[in-house]
Design a protein around this ligand. Structure first.
Ligand SMILES: C[S@@+](CC[C@H](N)C(=O)[O-])C[C@H]1O[C@@H](n2cnc3c(N)ncnc32)[C@H](O)[C@@H]1O
Length: 310
């Protein structure tokens, strides 16, 4: 990996973009503003891109939860300042164990913010339960925010054990723009370890695809200029390569859709609503962005093999 600082900074960027889009009314998130104070105005294409990303990922999260019921466990890789835990809590969704993992520098900031903000803390606090903190880790009831380098499988295993993750329960793994920052071999090792350890699992991976063309090269060059190397780019060539990495790593099956397909699968009324928030005079750029990101799901066992976009 190139500079870890630059990789961690991608979380600030993603969180600022999400906060900006939430502020404009693209979707509701009552918690992101606790984690992000600073905000810059982004182009309408970026806001629509984030809308599709959040809603697309939510689609599969909901499908998983509906199928898995209260036994569901969630492991969010490279969670950054993601707020899904709190949003699910507000919806009354019961999760048996929810684990967020990121570099210790990022989890330290997240734990600190949770501690300082009562609305965040109240929702992870379990009655009669104890909140255990270290500078980088936090355990409270079913919620765990833990610092680890995802390339260190042994440490990862220890962290998941500390969080009381059960290897036999239905488990959702999330990675939103994370694997692309990890060298391909290390990411494959992670996927192989997961497939050999969990028998009932769904992995939702959101990241780049079609990165071999001119637009993709420009995207990668822009990130490189900010010191951020896309070490896992070899799996981002196509939907086929995204699916292939799961199949080659022992997963039962995998499916992938680019964000053009994902966007058009979303509720037409909602799309209509958000398309009125900001005027987009250049449809071509949005199309290019949508063509260069995808959602790929990998599944272990047959429980989630019938999941489709709709
Ligand atoms: C683009 S941000 C995405 C954050 C969050 N998933 C979201 O979508 O809002 C990528 C995150 O992955 C984390 N990350 C990348 N490589 C990692 C590694 N080897 N170990 C732990 N975290 C990693 C970064 O620190 C960062 O928080």
């Amino acid at each position: 990996m190139g500079d870890e600082g630059a990789v961690m900074a991608t979380n600030d960027d993603a969180s600022e973009c999400k906060r900006g889009a939430v502020q404009l009314g693209y979707w509701t998130d009552n918690y992101i503003s606790y984690f992000v104070r600073h905000m810059e105005k982004r182009a309408p294409e970026i806001n629509r891109g984030y809308y599709a990303r959040v809603k697309g990922v939510d689609t599969f999260v909901q499908k998983f939860i509906n199928r898995a019921g209260s036994n569901a466990q969630v492991v969010n890789f490279g969670a950054g300042f993601d707020t899904l835990y709190w949003r699910l809590k507000d919806e009354g969704v019961a999760i048996s164990c929810y684990v967020e993992l990121d570099f210790p520098t990022v989890t330290a900031k997240k734990c600190y913010t949770i501690k300082k903000n009562k609305p965040l803390l109240d929702r992870i606090y379990q009655q009669d339960g104890e909140v255990k903190y270290s500078s980088t880790d936090m355990h409270s009831g079913n919620f765990h925010c833990l610092g680890v380098d995802l390339r260190q499988i042994k440490q990862l295993q220890e962290k998941l054990t500390q969080a009381d993750i059960r290897f036999d329960k239905p488990t959702l793994f999330l990675a939103e723009c994370v694997l692309v920052y990890i060298e391909s071999d290390w990411a494959s090792r992670l996927l192989k370890w997961l497939s050999s350890t969990f028998s009932r699992a769904l992995f939702i991976n959101y990241e780049m695809c079609h990165m071999n063309d001119t637009f993709g090269n420009i995207m990668a060059a822009n990130l490189r200029a900010r010191g951020c190397f896309l070490s896992g780019l070899s799996y981002c060539k196509s939907l086929e390569s995204q699916r292939g990495r799961f199949l080659d790593s022992g997963w039962t099956g995998a499916k992938a859709w680019d964000m053009v397909e994902v966007y058009h699968s979303l509720d037409p009324k909602e799309r209509d609503r958000i398309e009125k928030i900001e005027f987009l005079d250049e449809q071509e750029l949005l199309l290019q962005l949508f063509q260069h990101y995808c959602i790929c799901i990998g599944y272990m066992g047959e429980e989630y093999g019938d999941f489709e976009l709709n």
